[in-house]
Design a protein around this ligand. Structure first.
Ligand code: AMP
Length: 421
């Protein structure tokens, strides 16, 4: 019988059967970052709500509709983090990391994020991201580096059916001109009140609207690519050149805007073609103005976040199985109380020597205990009764072949380590 409780809507438990894959994905997404000089950072799961409304943007769905907010008993207004960039930048500024070391400050994180979204496959209210931020440098090679690292991470997992969409959103010179032109165009359309409001606050976000009735009207909208200033064009060309040089294929997607307000210049998304409507597995871009938006100095920066949950789904779709959780190598079955004391000690000794070992619990009889050993998936069962122990022996049973050999207790660790190597 199950309990009266269930995991809250839009959340799920990561159970041991899937956990090995989840952990392997987190590790694979992070490994290229470690090799590229990114340092690990952890920030709190909740922050001052204003960090997100100012940083991520009031007009974004993430802030206007999807934040999990709470007021503490002390009256502080907090929000569960909906994304990592604002927090990482806040932590960098607070600890003055941008002053004490080389720029860019390169950081990576791994953790859960929270958005009050309508749950569906691939879209949850609690999900996991591995993210990277390179703070305090404006250099096309840095934007490209991050894209290459994400590309290498997905490839290392064996994924093939993903594409990289690339765009430039311009900078504070050219974006406002484009913004005004787009706004002018949008004012002439037949849009619902919400979208009209969005067109006034952040018109670029309207381009991101997936609804067919909106998309239909957007045909003929002015495109940012036609408004990019010379600096932005040159910058973007360099990003593209570095990617090409690294053998990373990408598609230019002049409509790619992404859901956060802080992006400037380079923006990109990794999409997986087997995932249906929730096809974005990761994305990011440059956010040159964010530091100032949250009260810091000018610190041009670039980063990405890759979704762990959707990467796991993408692996399933491509039929890729990562090596599963290793079962214990050894499973001990003591026959009698005295044997139990000795084998428990032996199991502890094996574990300390680096051999994974387990022992039957709960006072099972021999038959049930041997069944538990079989079920555990261990290579060897370690069986001992009082008579064996009187001779300082244990029986080592190979659970694949059924062969059983006596081994001297004091030679057990060495024997097992040899057999398992
Ligand atoms: P974003 O922070 O919106 O750019 O998202 C970056 C990545 O996080 C996406 O490409 C997804 O893989 C993942 N992601 C975002 N929102 C969700 C969600 N609600 N559920 C699962 N994964 C998500």
């Amino acid at each position: 019988m199950s309990s009266s409780f269930q995991a809250p809507k839009g959340t799920y438990d990561i159970l041991p059967a899937e956990a090995a894959t989840v952990l392997a994905v987190r590790e694979a997404l992070a490994a290229p970052l470690r090799r590229a000089g990114y340092g690990y950072i952890e920030t709190p799961v909740f922050e001052d709500i204003n960090l997100f409304s100012r940083g991520v943007g009031e007009s974004t769905d993430i802030v206007s509709k999807e934040m999990f907010t709470l007021t503490t008993l002390g009256g502080d207004n907090l929000a569960l983090r909906p994304e990592g960039t604002a927090s990482v930048l806040r932590a960098t500024l607070e600890a003055n990391l941008h002053r004490v070391g080389n720029l860019p400050v390169k950081l990576w994180y791994s953790g859960s994020q929270y958005r009050y979204e309508k749950p569906q496959k691939g879209r949850y209210r609690q999900f996991w991201q591995v993210g990277a931020e390179a703070i305090g440098a404006e250099d096309p090679a840095l934007d490209a580096e991050l894209i290459i690292l994400a590309f290498d991470a997905y490839r290392s997992l064996g994924l093939r059916d993903f594409r990289i969409l690339l765009n430039s959103l311009g900078d504070k010179q050219c974006r406002p001109v484009y913004r005004a032109a787009l706004q002018e165009f949008l004012r002439g359309l037949d849009l619902d009140a919400d979208t009209v409001r969005r067109a006034e606050i952040n018109p670029l976000r309207v381009l991101d609207d997936k609804r067919p009735e909106v998309q239909k009207q957007l045909v003929g909208a002015p495109m940012l690519v036609d408004y990019l200033c010379e600096d932005c064009k040159a910058y973007h060309e360099q990003v593209r050149a570095v990617l090409t040089d690294a053998g990373v294929a990408f598609e230019d997607d002049t409509k790619l805007v992404r859901g956060l307000d802080y992006y400037t210049r380079t923006t990109f998304e990794f999409v997986h073609d087997g995932l249906g409507s929730q096809s974005a597995v990761g994305g990011g871009g440059r956010y040159d103005g964010l530091s100032e938006m949250i009260g810091g100095p000018a610190l041009p920066s670039v980063g990405w976040a890759l979704g762990v949950d959707r990467t796991v789904l993408a692996l399933e779709v491509e039929g890729i199985e990562l090596p599963g959780a290793a079962a214990s190598d050894v499973f001990a079955v003591p026959l009698g109380e005295q044997a139990r004391t000795v084998l428990f000690r032996t199991v502890t000794e094996l574990r300390r020597a680096g051999v994974s070992a387990d022992i039957v619990f709960g006072g099972k009889g021999l038959k049930a205990a041997m069944k538990a050993a079989d079920r555990s998936g261990a290579r060897y069962a370690l069986v001992a009764g009082d008579r064996d122990l009187a001779d300082d022996l244990v029986q080592l049973k190979d659970l694949t072949t059924g062969d059983q050999t006596p081994v001297a207790l004091d030679a057990l660790v060495t024997t097992l380590k040899e057999k398992l190597s």
